[in-house]
Design a protein around this ligand. Structure first.
Ligand code: ADP
Ligand code: ADP
Length: 225
């Protein structure tokens, strides 16, 4: 059964913009799904609905593994900007989601360090965001999104603000983590290259109004080591 199921989702905004029209989509465990399409086709809107940051105008979002009304699905969200707290260390930034669940540094230290280890930044736990490159800040954001071990990771054009080489390196990091850890990921991008390189499945969307025009399975196009 899918982790999350979007059933006939329509989303209109108060200014009469129809961002999504009758969108249906099942996301299965272990899939790496790219939502690919031009600016304005509704990708971010779809992600925000899945994250519960906004509600559909019509249709339903169902989490089949959960008791009805429970709504405790854990998810991690990586935004386009790294959105780290500048006054806090890398450790404190990654600790935050656990702290919000009442887990003190003493209890959570190993989990935070594991998450930093995962993105290759354990040696930077005591650094501040301003001391890190753009690519490193993005990796801290990924560690923070993963530290609670959510079953679904949502990424909204996470590399848009980065240069090509950094993007390429981060693509490889993400791919390696997905392959070793078996994450379920929904990844919003308008880069055909990124979607083909990273995904196990590409959902192509078109604007006016936002709808799915293709849903493709991807066989790893490059040898992966
Ligand atoms: P994408 O992520 O594919 O670029 P979005 O989901 O951000 O697209 O936007 C889809 C459409 O909905 C666009 O036309 C956008 O202008 C519109 N839109 C998004 N958010 C709002 C909002 N809060 N109010 C009005 N229109 C919005
Ligand atoms: P960007 O590609 O944004 O410049 P990188 O992640 O490649 O960022 O890192 C920038 C610099 O920081 C590089 O010189 C790299 O050697 C150093 N760096 C990045 N990650 C680590 C790490 N885990 N340990 C030591 N140095 C690192």
């Amino acid at each position: 059964q899918p982790i999350v199921s979007l059933q006939g989702i329509t989303k209109s905004f108060s200014n009469a913009t129809v961002a999504l029209k009758n969108l249906s989509l099942d996301i299965g465990a272990g899939e790496f799904v790219s939502l690919l399409g031009p600016s304005g086709c509704g990708k971010s809107t779809a992600l925000r609905l899945i994250a519960g940051l906004s509600s559909p105008t019509n249709g339903r979002i169902v989490w089949p593994g959960e008791a009805p009304g429970q709504g405790d699905h854990e998810l991690g969200f990586v935004f386009q900007e790294p959105t780290l707290m500048p006054w806090a260390t890398v450790f404190a930034n990654v600790h935050l989601p656990l702290r919000l669940k009442g887990r003190s540094v003493a209890v959570a230290r190993d989990e935070v360090m594991d998450a930093l280890e995962m993105v290759g930044l354990a040696g930077f736990a005591d650094s501040y965001p301003r001391e890190l490159s753009g690519g490193m800040k993005m990796r801290v954001s990924i560690a923070r999104a993963r530290v609670t071990r959510p079953k679904l990771l949502l990424m909204d054009e996470p590399f848009a603000a980065l240069d090509e080489i950094t993007r390429f390196k981060l693509n490889n990091d993400i791919l390696r983590l997905w392959e070793t850890l078996g994450w379920t990921v929904i990844f919003v991008t308008h880069s055909v290259f990124e979607s083909v390189y990273l995904s196990s499945r590409i959902v192509v969307m078109a604007a006016r109004p936002g709808r799915v025009v293709a849903d493709l399975a991807v066989d790893a196009p490059y040898p992966r080591t």
